[in-house]
Design a protein around this ligand. Structure first.
Ligand code: NDP
Ligand code: 2IT
Length: 449
């Protein structure tokens, strides 16, 4: 045990020295390594065979120039990335993020987490992530199209239906996937499942847009069931107002819960009367079509608007962080707990700081880490890949029931793994160990690569 601790400390130090200026990547790696101690004690061969040393180093990292011309005829240059982290259990798979904050450390944390998340889905997908520091906000459709075409012109050399299959993430939705797909097809002369999140009439899957939010709610449902409880009647605090937030709210309404907030990078709306289906439709149109700000919700429905604030001071029994990384810090976590919040299901990736996670675990809250709770999105991408390969489309019921089953299985797997390794109820440990084991065994089978 002492040796394992020393090995992990040394490994983390080495990662820190080798990846300077990448705090989010270190945060994600440290959390996984901390969870793996019990498994390494039982299986020292993982250390002896260098499984961890290999797992923390991406197989390939691609960085490229993305030049494009804006509506005024001026040349603009952004930076594009694709991190191909692990192909141990399938082609690289993971979203693309377009946001001005994007840098290599953020994409490496996302790609690293994606390895374990994809493993948990039980589908054959490796881990990857990519994106650009391009900001789609305030850009015309034509500018977004020219950017996407330039981005894909380089990316197309590195992706493919059996190699690496990107999808959406922050700033990349149906519109961007369409432009990216069109350019890929033109360059390669192939109509193939190279991207997921495609529109329905050209190869997309029903339920893919809904899947991440629905899945995060299904995961919360499963966590609550372990305590004989349900979502019905619960007030739910949601952050963000994009893809994940919208479909989290939709499924909560289906199950008789009451969403009470949305947010964006400018502020938070607190709707004490509760978000209804009509109000949710307004948000979808506002965000997906008009591309407006969430303050308009408050103006339209007379709800409270908190400028520059996050939603974590709003009372509710459940929280669904669905915006971005590290959006809940230790103080926010304490506030949520003191307001009697006992369910946290992460739609976003790594939305809680390590200190916030400790607060939730110490309080005995039902805390579902993103790797498990938001895996429904990529799982349904996996289902889209299967449908593309078979050249068939499943109906809504069929995809939704597969998604539901996958979320139930992920919950059971995390829960049982946590129990086996002496930490019942700790979904962080359960998700990290269960996700890791499948990948580690595959790496052993495939030799030193
Ligand atoms: P969208 O771009 O559709 O929406 C993002 C939302 O979060 C917007 O409301 C945005 O506000 C807000 N937001 C983004 N960055 C920040 C920031 N730095 N500070 C405050 N608010 C911010 O993205 P998604 O809904 O797809 O993604 C949300 C989260 O879910 C991300 O963490 C993503 O990685 C994760 N995720 C997404 C999946 C998917 O399938 N789409 C799958 C699994 C996880 P604004 O408009 O002002 O920027
Ligand atoms: O973080 C994620 O899991 C996603 N953005 C979805 C990835 C995918 O390939 O569907």
């Amino acid at each position: 045990m002492k040796n394992i601790k020393a090995y992990l400390t040394q490994l983390l130090e080495q990662i820190q020295n080798r990846n300077p200026g990448e705090p989010e990547f270190l945060q994600a790696v440290k959390e996984v390594l901390d969870s793996l101690q019990p498994v390494l004690t039982a299986r020292p061969e993982f250390i002896e065979e260098g499984i961890l040393d290999r797992l923390v180093e991406p197989e390939r990292q691609i960085i490229f120039r993305v030049p494009w011309v804006n509506d005024q005829g001026q040349v603009r240059v952004n930076r594009g990335y694709r991190i191909q982290f692990s192909s141990a259990i399938g082609p690289f798979k993971g979203g693309l993020r377009f946001h001005p904050s994007v840098n290599i450390g953020i994409l490496k944390f996302l790609a690293f987490e994606q390895i374990f998340k994809n493993s948990l889905t039980s589908l054959p997908m490796g881990g990857g992530k990519g994106g650009s520091d391009f900001d789609p906000k305030g850009k015309s459709d034509a500018e977004v199209m020219r950017f996407c075409q330039s981005f894909m012109t380089e990316l197309s050399r590195h992706v493919g239906a059996n190699t690496d299959v990107p999808a959406g993430d922050i700033g990349v939705g149906g519109r961007e996937i369409g432009f990216l797909y069109g350019q890929y097809k033109r360059l390669r002369n192939e109509f193939t499942g190279v991207l997921t999140g495609k529109n329905l009439n050209w190869g997309g899957s029903l339920i893919r847009p809904e899947a991440t939010g629905y899945g995060a709610v299904y995961f919360a449902q499963e966590m609550l069931a372990t305590r004989g409880d349900a979502l019905e009647g619960k007030r739910c605090v949601i952050s963000g107002s994009g893809n994940v937030a919208q479909f989290t709210a939709e499924k909560l309404l289906d199950l008789g819960a009451t969403p009470v907030s949305f947010s964006d990078s400018d502020g938070t709306v607190y709707d004490a009367k509760g978000v209804t289906r009509e109000k949710l439709e307004f948000v979808k149109t506002l965000k997906n079509i008009k591309r407006g700000r969430i303050v308009e919700y408050a103006e339209k429905f007379g709800a409270e608007y908190r400028a520059h604030a996050t939603p974590w001071a709003i009372p509710g029994e459940c929280a669904f962080p669905s915006a971005t990384q590290n959006e809940i810090d230790e103080d926010d976590a304490r506030t949520l707990i003191s307001n009697n919040c006992r369910v946290i299901s992460e739609g976003a990736n790594m939305p809680c700081t390590p200190e916030a996670v400790d607060v939730f675990l110490e309080a005995g809250a039902l805390y579902g880490p993103g790797k498990a709770a938001n895996a429904g999105g990529v799982a349904t991408s996996g289902l889209e890949m299967s449908q593309n390969s078979m050249r068939i489309s499943w109906g809504r019921e069929e995809v939704d029931s597969r998604l539901r089953e996958i979320m139930i299985n992920i919950h059971r797997n995390c829960s049982q793994t946590a129990e086996t390794y002496g930490a019942p109820g700790n979904y962080v440990l359960g998700a990290n160990i269960a996700g890791f084991l499948k990948v580690a065994e595959a790496m052993r089978d495939q030799g030193v690569v």
